[in-house]
Write a protein that binds this ligand. Structure first.
Ligand code: NIG
Ligand code: FE
Length: 419
């Protein structure tokens, strides 16, 4: 079946010459077509343009059914690309949230065996079926907010068996969900209690047991490490990435959330696809990133929820860097996968312009998952993963109305997900 969406008030993020990412001043540019149409065929965008160039007789043929959607007053844009989540988790952690309200920090909670270790204990008890069902419900919710592609990490297993269990669940989600999904092995998310006094031993297990098995089963697209104060050191990260590289695992790194940890530098050294969080980014880190192909990925939901400082996004863009933004959906530091809220935080907390924020959650998010040739913009030949908005006055209304769901319909792989 083909779909034509007509009378679109404004078609946002169109590309005539597809780019893999946008950086610096280019981030403030957003190409749009007013009074537009988009044609979808075989799950792909096959044509778009201004309504006065639309020749409807061309599109309906006898053996190809054509569905017409009238989008009068509505806008169409690429579905969000959420490049950093921990959506497979066994249970929420709102009890720790109360501890945080009372004044404990994320690190203090982690030190007394809460946080990631709390999720790991419950992960051990949970079956693959339970985890899949819980994650599928979360995936459905993020689709309703407009997400079309998502990266999901392991990292609540922290032993070989449970890390593999999480990655198998993500593999299952790839089969069951209409979302485009990338999976990341994050065995180095926290140091298990039994290795507290000898973290190098746990790193040995990651290198000698986990990575070879992950590679043999071919169940991870990327590898991640939480390289930060109180978690994994630069030296640990170096060792793990070196081992991952031998199996062709490209890094995406949790870096500089809690301190100037050296995580950005070690990520870039291994040609990471992205380095993520980056609350602690100074001139030195910006210089290193400018000389790389690594996507700096900011997670404002974690700063918002934990009351951390915000990454210096304005300074980074003004220095010429690209920025992607992702939800970091996880039970401890960002229990929401609503990318519309992330878009708003980009403008409110980082002082990004609406155009910059939209670029950060579409094309640059796609790049941070290795998907910008297929997703992240309206371009002929890309996957038809589209948002049709409710009636809205301008596209700046998307970040502005931070508490409302502005998505009316979502189309994934050329199929309407809701009516
Ligand atoms: O990205 N920073 C490390 N990991 C996650 C938090 C995971 C958790 O607390 O469960 C994050 O914020
Ligand atoms: Fe994270």
């Amino acid at each position: 079946m083909s779909i034509i969406i007509k009378n679109i008030k404004e078609l946002i993020q169109v590309e005539y010459q597809p780019r893999d990412k946008v950086s610096g001043v280019e981030m403030a540019e957003l190409l749009t077509v007013r009074d537009a149409y988009v044609l979808i065929k075989n799950g792909l965008i096959s044509d778009f343009g201004n309504m006065n160039t639309l020749d409807e007789s061309v599109y309906g043929t006898e053996n190809d059914e054509l569905m017409v959607i009238d989008a009068t007053g509505r806008m169409v844009l690429p579905a969000w690309c959420d490049s950093h989540t921990h959506i497979v988790f066994p249970a929420s952690r709102e009890i720790e949230y109360i501890d945080k309200i009372k004044g404990l920090s994320y690190e203090e909670i982690a030190k007394r065996g809460g946080g990631i270790l709390n999720s790991a204990r419950k992960m051990h008890e949970a079956s693959e079926e339970e985890l899949t069902e819980l994650a599928l419900a979360r995936l459905e919710e993020i689709i309703s907010f407009g997400t079309g592609a998502v990266e999901i990490k392991s990292g609540y297993g922290l032993n070989t068996e449970d890390e593999l269990k999480m990655l198998r669940v993500i593999k299952k989600l790839k089969e069951l969900s209409p979302l485009t999904i990338k999976s990341t092995f994050l065995g180095a998310h926290a140091i298990p209690a039994e290795y507290k006094n000898n973290p190098a031993l746990y790193v040995d297990i990651i290198i000698n047991e986990m990575i070879p098995q992950v590679a043999t089963e071919d169940i991870a697209d990327y590898i991640d490490i939480f390289c930060d104060r109180g978690f994994f050191s630069v030296e640990d990260t170096d060792r793990i990435l070196n081992a991952g590289m031998k199996y062709g695992l490209k890094p995406k790194i949790h870096a500089n959330e809690l301190d100037f940890s050296g995580g950005i530098q070690v990520g870039v050294k291994y040609n990471a696809l992205s380095v993520d969080h980056l609350e602690y980014t100074g001139d030195e880190e910006i210089k290193v990133l400018l000389a790389s192909d690594t996507m700096p990925t900011l997670l404002p939901g974690a700063s918002f929820f934990l009351g951390l400082i915000y990454a210096p996004a304005r300074k980074m863009i003004d220095a010429g860097l690209p920025i992607a933004m992702a939800s970091d959906y996880n039970p401890g530091s960002s229990p929401s996968g609503n990318m519309q809220f992330i878009l708003s935080l980009g403008c409110i907390a980082y002082k990004m312009l609406p155009e910059e924020a939209i670029n950060a959650v579409t094309i640059n998010g796609a790049y941070a998952m290795g998907l910008s040739d297929q997703l992240g913009s309206i371009a002929v030949g890309k996957k038809a993963n589209l948002i049709i908005t409710k009636e809205i006055p301008t596209y700046a209304f998307l970040p502005y109305a931070y508490g409302s769901n502005k998505v009316e319909k979502i189309i994934l792989n050329g199929e309407i997900m809701n009516n």
